[in-house]
Write a protein of this length. Sequence first.
Length: 182
Amino acid sequence: MAEAFLIGEAMTGGYGKSGPDILQDCTVAVEPGEIAVIVGPNGAGKSTAMKAVFGMLNLRRGAVRLDGEDITALSPQERVRKGMGFVPQNQNIFTSMTVEENLEMGAFIREDDISETMEQVYELFPILREKRRQAAGELSGGQRQQVAVGRALMTRPKVLMLDEPTAGVSPIVMDELFDRII
């Protein structure tokens, strides 16, 4: 059987060099084209598992592989270059920058013309085009989430991880956000 496209296998680790292990033998695997969800109560380690896969957590054991390549030792920035996108739950936009500047920041690794990808994000989230010159910190919670997802999409990721994408968003906006993400 072929290995999953993205796998965090038997991950054990925590924050800092000597902090306690938050994850213990945790495995997360996602196939190409699959939408996977990690479900559990607050404090169960869902966000921590995502941070481990993205390289933001010190793993003491285990491995992370993307498309068959071991990326365990790579920094989050290097993982973005390999095709990973991550939208954290909190502090996921630059509030003092405009919507458009936030999207441009998402394309920091690209050396090609980003205008086509920018247009795709605006088609996906039309309200962002209308508010592109507005400071992102002035937007509603749902619009901020659209900026965060749009910024992650600017790298043209192979895999996109969203940590609590509907936190603080109304049920109607949540449904719309999920429809657009799917």
